[in-house]
Design a protein. Structure first.
Ligand code: BGC
Length: 414
């Protein structure tokens, strides 16, 4: 018996991104991982001693470029009817203006395979990594990158014509620009408000322009994947005002700027920030392996906030690092209860794509955090679904949460 039933035709699946799973990439990240500046920083933090240098080199990653069939067959067995993945720009255009047919054909094969399996692809064009030649001209700080991106989008869409119904141009523009240009953590490690704003603005332009190009292809929907945070204020004027500003800047600014250029909103949800006397003061009752607070209720609030855009919403990411699979099943079920509540309150949610399908390379943290529904043993590249993957399977196959699943979750040791 279903206690929480989801709308007919709901998409259930999981997400990945090229650099994090494919392996064998040559791009600005793979080069940065090996740079002296990066190595020195890891040494200073004692990270190499702790985890070994291999942890921080994307290298063969999860080997997904070769093993995609195995991975998607597994996804199918796990009840998924949708999959989000990204195309690696550096493979498609390794040199300026030279488009690699073999790479394009590979993504076409992946898409054909997903179609055969009746898994709906959600395709991201840019998930943070750049061809080295783009990084060399200043990456997203250079307005020329906007034009190059649009051309890459066009070439890719032409080659993959008819196979993609849902395009995500850009993944989490604000996370990328913050970490790469404001906090100075990710390549190119800048700390400049000016560069940060310039990059954000170029990403807005890139999205709008590629939206127009992609919409020339029949029957496709185009949007971005947006990281939104649930900001909660202590009851006082200072915190309430701050929350209004944060919410406007982080959650809405980019969406407002591209409002007329999106057919849906892709929501990536991970964080709540509870603001107390100007500072983040979360309760952290439960946390993931990397210390992120697990607060499933937050997804309800961010979904409600997005209702004003009057667009369908695809949850394009939501998940946690949990190597021992202690919290994942409960987290998924609790989050989905809140997604269901948002739907009941009139939010048009059409997809839930968990982050991630398989364990992967978690950017500057390397392979240590385990986000996968499916575990990857990196020495052999063997895949093994975690128990939570079967709970999710039950939900996906039944298009809802049954009483049985709710009971199972209750019984799980916490
Ligand atoms: C990103 C993913 C990342 C995940 C977990 C999202 O911000 O899109 O690439 O792995 O969060 O940190």
């Amino acid at each position: 018996m279903l206690v929480y039933k989801f709308p007919e035709g709901f998409y259930w699946g999981a997400s990945t991104s090229s650099h994090q799973v494919e392996g064998g990439n040559y791009n600005n990240w793979s080069e940065w991982e090996k740079s002296q500046r990066r190595i020195n920083h890891l040494k200073e933090q004692g990270k190499i001693e702790q985890l070994g240098m291999e942890n921080f080199l994307s290298g063969k990653a999860a080997g997904h470029y070769d093993l995609y069939k195995e991975d998607y067959e597994l996804a199918k067995k796990l009840g998924h009817n949708a999959a989000r993945f990204s195309i690696e720009w550096s493979r498609i255009e390794p040199e300026e203006g030279k488009f690699d047919e073999k790479a394009l054909q590979k993504y076409l094969d992946i898409l054909s395979f997903l179609r055969e399996l009746k898994i709906e692809p959600f395709v991201t064009l840019w998930h943070w990594t750049l061809p080295v030649w783009i990084a060399d001209i200043g990456g997203w700080e250079n307005p020329k990158t906007v034009e190059y991106f649009v051309r890459y989008a066009q070439k890719t869409a032409e080659y993959l014509e008819g196979k993609v119904d849902v395009w995500i141009t850009i993944n989490e523009p604000e996370i990328f620009s913050t970490f790469s240009y404001y906090k100075g953590i990710w390549p190119p490690q800048k700390k400049s408000l000016f560069s940060y704003l310039k990059v954000l603005n170029n990403l807005i332009r890139a999205h709008k322009k590629s939206y127009i190009i992609l919409k020339q292809f029949p029957n496709c929907e185009v949007g971005i994947a947006k990281n939104n945070i649930y900001y909660e204020a202590q009851k006082n004027i200072l915190d309430e005002s701050l929350v209004k500003i944060y919410r406007w800047w982080w959650n809405f600014y980019f969406l407002n700027r591209v409002a007329k250029f999106q057919d849906f909103i892709g929501l990536n949800f991970y964080f709540r920030n509870k603001i107390k006397w100007g500072k983040v003061a979360n309760e952290n009752l439960k946390t993931s392996d990397i210390g992120w607070e697990l607060f499933p209720e937050g997804i309800y609030h961010v979904l409600k906030e997005l209702k004003k855009y009057k667009k369908p919403i695809y949850i394009t990411e939501n998940g946690l690092a949990d190597a021992n699979d202690k919290h994942r099943a409960e987290f998924i079920v609790e989050s989905l209860k809140f997604v269901h509540k948002a739907i009941e309150h009139g939010v048009d949610v059409k997809a839930y794509l968990h982050w991630s399908l398989i364990d992967n390379f978690e950017w500057d943290s390397g392979f240590a955090p385990r986000f996968g529904l499916v575990e990857v043993e990196y020495s052999t590249l063997k895949r093994k679904p975690r128990d939570s993957a079967f709970i999710y399977k039950d939900i996906a196959q039944n298009n809802g949460i049954s009483k049985d699943i709710l009971q199972k979750i209750k019984k799980q040791p916490q």
